[in-house]
Ligand binder design. Structure first.
Ligand code: PMP
Length: 367
């Protein structure tokens, strides 16, 4: 059937989760250390779980198609109008939707090398020409991070959409407020810039600024965020985009009527009330990220700078062997061959205990 698929779809590969986690869990039971998917190891707020359970009582009813209550709560939190918010079944859905609405043959997409894989997929699915800007070199202080000048050079006259994750997955790197402002200042207004801030809550670098603060200045800017990471609701699938109300209105034309479940809406609305839970998780991640990076560097490994809840770690020629040895010891991490980073593993920052198990497994494997 591939030959019957639309041209943009023919060359695509289906999402590869890396491991059969269901089988691994069955084999290892509770002992499996899951550091492969940048999930939040501390779990959701109890308020979110209670709200999700309550929402089940109305499982026979469709959810609020507009997610009004959540949009109100988010708008109040972010200092924007509810009409500037669009909810998605995970931010993944919204990232795809931006391409469906704004990209296509003759309406190209630009992104950075090592940028989040969904951007290329979204572009190719629409038949849009894709321009990939080379990343900063591995030897740069912001190893393999976005190069704003290269992005500006890559955006051609046919470019209509530019995706930029800040901080980025899988590198963990970020661009500072000055670089982001320069990018937006230099791009023409007909290029829509989607800044993907899936990991923004984890950032503590003083040179970083969320693109949310630039929204009043640039109508061609959209920011996506997710409840999957810092809010620990990955299994419920909910994210959001913030943009000019007129842009959101155009995106609404293609939104599935009931794209976010009632359970997800309830949990996300409740989690916003539990700022203390969010802060505890963010603080623990910041502490563990520093310690884990230090421990890996002390073992001679190259750790890319990270402002996220994961580390991209160089293992050179030993990468595949190390990955297999970790898996044999019940520790799941993410191989990066699909990103052209076959000499690296992406390791989520776990709890102190999980990180200790990872380090023991590395030492046990002689890695
Ligand atoms: N953007 C980035 C940079 C990500 O790493 C991820 C998840 N891995 C997503 C978006 C999508 O997250 P979700 O669909 O769970 O909101």
């Amino acid at each position: 059937f591939a030959a019957l698929a639309q041209p943009g779809i023919r060359a695509l590969k289906a999402y590869d989760p890396g491991h059969d986690l269901v089988a691994l869990r069955r084999r290892s039971g509770a002992g499996l250390v899951e550091l492969g998917a940048n999930e939040n190891p501390y779990g959701p707020s109890p308020l979110a779980l209670a709200a999700a359970r309550d929402a089940l009582d109305s499982a026979h009813r469709y959810p609020d198609p507009l997610g009004g209550e959540l949009r109100q709560a988010l708008a109040a939190r972010l200092g924007v109008a509810p009409a500037q918010l669009l909810l998605g079944n995970g931010s993944h859905e919204l990232l795809m939707q931006f391409a469906q609405v704004f990209a296509g043959p003759g309406a190209g997409v630009a992104m950075s090398q090592y940028g989040f894989a969904v951007y290329a997929l979204a572009a190719q699915a629409t038949g849009a020409p894709l321009r990939i800007a080379p990343a900063l070199p591995a030897g740069h202080a912001m190893a393999r991070g976005h190069d704003v000048d290269a992005l500006l050079a890559a955006a051609g006259t046919d470019t209509r959409l530019l995706y930029l994750a800040n901080p980025n997955n899988p590198t963990g790197t970020w661009i500072g407020a000055d670089a982001l402002a320069r990018l937006l200042e230099r791009l023409p207004p007909e290029v829509l810039v989607v800044v993907d801030e899936a990991y923004a809550e984890f950032v503590d670098a003083p040179d970083y600024a969320s693109a949310l603060s630039l929204l009043p200045r640039y109508r061609n800017l959209a920011v996506t965020r997710t409840f999957s990471k810092a809010h620990a609701l990955a299994g419920l699938r909910i994210g959001y985009a913030v943009a000019d109300a007129a842009l959101v209105a155009v995106m609404e034309r293609l939104r599935e009527s009931f794209n976010v479940s009632a359970v997800a809406l309830a949990a996300a609305t409740a989690t916003l009330q539990d700022r203390a839970h969010l802060q505890r998780g963010v603080d623990a991640n910041a502490r563990e990220r520093v310690q884990l990076a230090e421990a890996l560097r002390a073992r001679g490994r190259f750790v890319h700078p990270s402002q996220t809840n994961f580390l991209l770690v160089g293992f050179g020629d030993a990468t595949a062997t190390v990955e297999a040895a970790l898996l044999a010891r019940g520790v799941v991490v993410r191989p990066m061959g699909g990103y052209g980073l076959a000499d690296c593993l992406r390791i989520s920052v776990g709890t102190a205990e999980e990180n200790a198990r990872l380090l023991r497994a590395l030492d046990g494997a002689g890695a």
